[in-house]
Design a protein. Structure first.
Length: 637
């Protein structure tokens, strides 16, 4: 396996492949002096640094027939190659021509595309995994590289099936989990093409209550007295952390612990938003509430005057309305010689006409101002409350913002860079934005943090996120906060301190690379990872797996195939093998009395056959044990 990148995701992915799946990994990173991001301390980077400590051992093996080290360092389980870019020479030195898979996870889309085209030429049989933020461009690149692999393999798409290309986005992978964490409820959503899994975080049942297991109990949360549903539960934290995929006995024996239950599975249709009129504000936003009430009052006055005129003069109501409007705009003759009632009504109509002029002028000015500021950044409204304050409009923040607005959650963004990637999205969605450094006093106050429901600190700097959360908690101690933190040990220390200082508030910490790395690693192994569900600081994976070739599944019942803490079969793909999609979708229609798509609520007595395809939930190590590729033995052994 070859991993090329310039940030924390590359190191996390390399550690995932090496430590969880036991693969031989070559990591290509920029030289120490040219890193895009400052080094961060964590388990993933420590694992990569451990390779550097074994330089002499790798060099000594080179003379006895080991792999060439080139300009990097290596050992029996991996190498590190330092190069500013993944050029053809660097990829050749990294062994792409004989590698099984290559992951290109640079922060720049163009760099990843250029390296992918070069790698496909060097090894047409190579399995490629690209990190691209532009989803539409990613679809075209995926089709292009797959077609190139098929032609190089003899023109048959089936012959190049192993040389697949998978385009992923760490922002798309992590955004649903981050957005769900900040919502008022405690629902967690895993969404892929057509498949929507909704997991609900439930508090411990009260004495005498029987908890509803839903479709399946996915996890038991950490046991803490202050926040049973919010313990951090990092690996090695020393506490009774979360228990993933527990069996029935463990669920029954657990007291005082919250659970995560798979509650709903449905079909997620296409997004209702469209490009038509995306930059046009809604009609109701053209005029303020006071102006709309003023216009409504004037219309009511005109209607009343028309009815009164019809009653006094005996004219038809339409004719009376016409005469009233003429009087209103002062274009009719005076009612000389008319009855007293007609003269009074004419005077009242003129008075209403005088009141109409300033209202019409205000409407014109407000409409012009609304259109003028449609492309400008909005400021938080005065009475805003119960909203989510989002810090950072980079790649991750932009995707989270889009997700929150799809759920109709009010958001106020805080961004220091006026040219940030998400500024255009904020303008298009008409989301209020506060420009300024979040570490400066007064910025969070401008975002109405004292009346907010939650704070999402999603900048790329851990210290900035921590400083913003600490300041926000000083303003409002019970604020719900979500931090983006890379390192597990640092996240555990931060969580313990915040929980001790504010026991009544909910605190969450998430790592984008920690959420995204399992999906990238699964794609490198040729496995379909449907999504990742964060359980405190651990991750539960959903994958589509063919039963054939897996003795732990084939020929066993669903109950026998279940291994607590490792994996559990959730659904069966009932589509014919030739009609199965790469990503199964839920079908709502029945065809000839048989449901197509995914079949949930499988009985424990159902025997899994070799031709079956299932959707299962698994831990990282459980999925590695079930699907892990056998390591290639060295030549001559």
């Amino acid at each position: 396996m070859v991993v090329c990148g310039d940030d924390g995701l590359a190191h996390r992915l390399a550690a995932e492949l090496r430590g969880v799946y036991g693969e031989q990994v070559t990591l290509v990173v920029p030289p120490s002096g040219r890193r895009v991001r400052q080094p961060v301390v964590g388990r993933a980077r420590a694992a990569s640094a451990a390779l550097l400590d074994r330089v002499s051992a790798a060099v000594n093996r080179t003379a006895s027939g080991g792999e060439p080290t080139g300009n990097g360092n290596g050992n029996g389980n991996g190498r590190i190659v330092e190069a500013p870019e993944a050029t053809e020479a660097v990829l050749a030195d990294a062994g792409v021509d004989r590698a099984a898979a290559l992951a290109l996870v640079y922060d720049d889309d163009e760099t990843n595309i250029r390296a992918a085209l070069t790698a496909r030429r060097l090894n047409p049989r190579l399995r490629l995994v690209l990190r691209l933020y532009n989803r539409r461009l990613g679809q075209h690149i995926e089709e292009l590289l797959d077609q190139s692999a098929a032609l190089a393999a003899g023109g048959s798409p089936a012959s190049g099936a192993d040389a697949s290309t998978t385009v992923l986005s760490d922002a798309d992978t992590a955004a649903p989990a981050l957005a769900a964490t900040a919502l008022a409820g405690t629902s967690k959503v895993v969404q892929t093409d057509g498949l929507l899994l909704r997991a609900v975080e439930r508090p411990p049942p009260r004495p005498g209550e029987v908890a509803d297991p839903g479709l399946s109990t996915l996890a038991l949360l950490s046991a803490t007295s202050n926040d049973p549903a919010g313990a951090d539960g990092s690996e090695g934290s020393g506490e009774q952390g979360p228990q993933l995929l527990p069996d029935a006995a463990a669920v029954a024996a657990a007291t005082g612990r919250g659970t995560i239950v798979l509650e709903q599975v449905s079909y997620a249709g296409a997004s209702s938003s469209s490009g038509l009129g995306a930059g046009v504000p809604p009609l109701a936003s053209l005029f303020s509430r006071r102006l709309r009430w003023s216009l409504a009052g004037l219309v009511a006055c005109v209607a009343g005057l028309a009815v009164a005129l019809s009653v006094v003069t005996g004219d038809h109501l339409l004719y009376a309305t016409y005469i009233t409007l003429l009087d209103l705009f002062a274009i009719d003759d005076p009612a000389l010689g008319e009855s007293a009632g007609r003269q009074v009504l004419q005077l009242l109509s003129g008075l209403v006409g005088l009141l109409l002029l300033p209202v019409l002028l205000a409407a014109v000015l407000e409409a012009l101002g609304t259109f003028r500021t449609a492309s400008a950044l909005r400021k938080p409204p005065r009475g805003l409350s119960g909203h989510v304050v989002l810090l950072g409009l980079g790649k991750i923040g932009t995707r989270v913002l889009t997700r929150l607005r799809e759920l109709h959650i009010p958001v106020v963004c805080v961004e220091a860079d006026p040219e940030a990637r998400g500024m255009a999205t904020a303008r298009r969605l008409r989301v209020p934005v506060v420009l300024g450094d979040v570490t400066q006093e007064g910025v969070l106050e401008a975002a109405k943090i004292h009346r907010a429901h939650a704070l999402l600190a999603l900048t790329s700097a851990d210290t900035t996120n921590l400083e913003a959360v600490l300041y926000a908690r000083s303003v409002r101690p019970d604020l719900r906060v979500v931090l983006r933190l890379y390192d597990d040990d640092f996240a555990t220390a931060v969580y313990r301190t915040l929980r001790a200082a504010h026991p009544g508030a909910l605190t969450r910490s998430r790592s984008v690379s920690h959420l995204a790395a399992p999906a990238f690693a699964g794609a490198m192994l040729g496995r379909q990872i449907l999504g990742a569900l964060p359980v405190e600081r651990q991750v539960l994976l959903f994958a589509a797996v063919d039963v054939a070739g897996h003795p732990q599944l084939e020929g066993r019942t669903v109950g026998e195939a279940f291994r607590p803490g490792a994996w559990r079969v959730l659904a069966l793909d009932t589509a014919a093998p030739g009609e199965r999609r790469d990503e199964p979708a839920v079908e709502e229609a029945y065809e000839e009395g048989r449901r197509s798509g995914l079949l949930w609520d499988l009985p424990d007595t159902y025997v899994l056959r070799s031709e079956d395809r299932v959707v299962l939930a698994a831990t990282r190590r459980g999925l590695a044990e079930l699907l892990g590729r056998r390591r290639r033995e060295p030549a001559g052994t």
